[in-house]
Design a protein. Structure first.
Length: 202
């Protein structure tokens, strides 16, 4: 990868900006696409998500991008395999889940995943983590309204805090040693989550 390469980054909304923020210090040339028209992806069908992401990748190709970061767990879970077959010879695709799972697998043997319902139902995190740690027990939990809380900035609402706490407690009750925020929107909920669990568990 050279500094002059255009790298596309996309997500279903603002969540992927957390990934872009991490990448900016590298000095690369980035183009971000937040698909706010179709947010959230978590309640869409696999076919819909493939179509959304196909259109985004075609947009990046039209802009001359050589690489694209799927800064969206749901599209990584449901669309990556299809899009890699379609575009892999044209543009390098970096899927989020498949990239980070080997590192997560080192964090413990009981791992919780908070994600969109579509990501949880796909069991992609489980499959990828077990490739690296076959002793791991993985609990994937769909959290339906987390994206809404972030996109609509409802952090300070009592109902939002109680809602987040309820889903967190499900994984804490499983004895999870590590809890992965498996959607790029979810780090924006860290202030709420760390009221009820140690920061280093996330």
């Amino acid at each position: 990868m050279t500094e002059k390469e255009l790298i596309g980054i996309f997500d279903s909304g603002v969540g992927g900006l957390s990934i872009l923020k991490k990448l900016l210090p590298s000095g690369g040339h980035y183009l971000y696409f937040g698909d706010t028209k179709n947010v959230p992806y978590g309640n869409k069908t696999k076919e819909e998500i493939i179509n959304f992401t196909r259109n985004i990748i075609e947009f990046f190709i039209s802009k001359g991008a050589k690489r694209v970061v799927m800064a969206c767990n749901t599209s990584s879970a449901l669309a990556y395999d299809t899009l890699e077959k379609e575009f892999g010879t044209i543009i390098k695709i970096h899927p989020l889940i498949q990239t980070v799972a080997p590192y997560i697998a080192r964090e413990g043997n009981i791992i919780g995943i908070m994600s969109t319902c579509a990501t949880a139902q796909s069991k992609t995190y489980t499959k990828e983590i077990l490739k690296a740690n076959d002793k791991a027990v993985v609990y994937e939990l769909g959290c339906p309204d987390f994206v809404k809380i972030v996109e609509e900035r409802l952090y300070d609402k009592k109902e939002s805090v109680e809602y987040v706490k309820k889903y967190l407690n499900i994984l804490l009750d499983k004895g999870c040693e590590k809890i992965v925020l498996g959607c790029t929107h979810y780090p924006y909920l860290t202030d709420i989550l760390t009221r009820f669990a140690p920061k280093d568990i996330f």
